[in-house]
Design a protein around this ligand. Structure first.
Ligand code: ZN
Length: 322
């Protein structure tokens, strides 16, 4: 009898604790995450353009292609490029970067440009024509076209080979020797409905030097990227995605007001800082012509993305080549 009473009291206490703390555990709905505050924070990041003049994220395709197909500058012997992706990173959160360990600040220190870009097929406020999500975002960046052409309107759709990514086409067309894709997310090329499943098979079947590396977590992706860059003959085009911002956003809220999301951004930004250091520390760096880009695939709001809010639509492009 006594034991039963204790048990009942214990369960009652747990239920009360749960009822009191649960609503405060996540940022399921952040009423303070307003469009006004967003625009205010965007304005103090230091972007060279505005929301109205944001660059389509598909432009990254042209930037990379132009880099590799333009003539080598004097004193340079080889072209290289890297896209460092911060998955699910909002454009306003760049405001909280800590300059001594920030990849973005380090880029700005070497004269990089910083611009707002947009995902979703059309710029805000027109309603997006494709999900503001991972697969449509990165696919638009890597193919240079929107989902009405590449077909990836949402996650979990396998892309046909009609539009190949730059990772494959640049190698196939012998513009570069090799490329590397580094990510922890299975949805890119490591499950049944993965976006680049057919493209990965195509590269394997045609013995193209394009490697698709799925790592078990962000730390492992970062280690993989650093090891790749440390090789004397590293891949000509490296695409690495760091995903703390997306993971923490889904778990605790994509919000400027969320300290956990701020920390996740700083973690991704620190990875990029170390990646940048590894590149500029290469023995052959001075004779190499590197295009270095930091960007994101989409933003987020509350604990999700995919929709039409400005917080989900804006991304950013930091580039060492204007
Ligand atoms: Zn994403």
């Amino acid at each position: 009898m006594k034991k039963k009473k204790i048990l009942i009291i214990a369960v009652a206490v747990l239920v009360i604790i749960g009822a009191v703390t649960l609503p405060f555990m996540g940022y399921k709905k952040d009423s303070k995450d307003t469009k006004e505050l967003y625009e205010e924070n965007i304005a103090s990041v230091g972007y060279e353009n505005s929301i109205e003049t944001a660059i389509p994220q598909t432009e990254l395709y042209n930037m990379i292609k132009n880099h590799f197909t333009s003539p080598l500058a004097e004193g340079k012997t080889e072209k290289k490029a890297i896209i460092i992706g911060y998955d699910g990173c909002r454009a306003d959160i760049l405001n909280v970067r800590e300059s001594e360990s920030s990849g973005i600040s380090a880029m700005l220190d070497i004269g990089a440009s910083i611009n707002l870009s947009y995902c979703g097929g059309v710029n805000f406020p027109e309603k997006n024509t494709q999900d503001t999500s991972t697969a449509p975002g990165w696919c638009s960046i890597l193919t240079g076209v929107w989902a009405d052409e590449h077909g990836i309107t949402a996650n979990d759709i396998t892309k046909s080979l009609e539009y190949k990514t730059l990772l494959t086409s640049l190698v196939e067309d012998e513009v570069i020797d090799s490329s590397t894709f580094i990510t922890k997310w299975k949805g890119h090329f490591d499950r049944k409905d993965a976006t680049y499943l057919l493209e990965k098979e195509y590269c394997e079947d045609n013995a193209l030097n394009v490697t698709f590396n799925r790592c078990r977590n962000d730390k492992a992706s970062h280690k993989f990227a650093l090891e790749e860059i440390a090789k004397a003959d590293c891949s000509d085009f490296i695409f690495v995605i760091y995903e703390p911002t997306d993971s923490k956003g889904h778990n605790t809220g994509f919000s400027y007001n969320n300290p956990k999301y701020q920390k996740a951004f700083k973690d991704a930004d620190t990875y990029a800082f170390e990646t940048l250091k590894a590149i500029t520390g290469r023995e052959t760096y001075n004779t190499e012509d590197w295009l270095i880009i930091i960007t994101s695939d989409h933003g987020g709001i509350n604990t999700d993305h995919g929709g039409e809010s400005i917080q989900e639509r804006m991304t950013f492009i930091v580039s060492n080549k204007g």
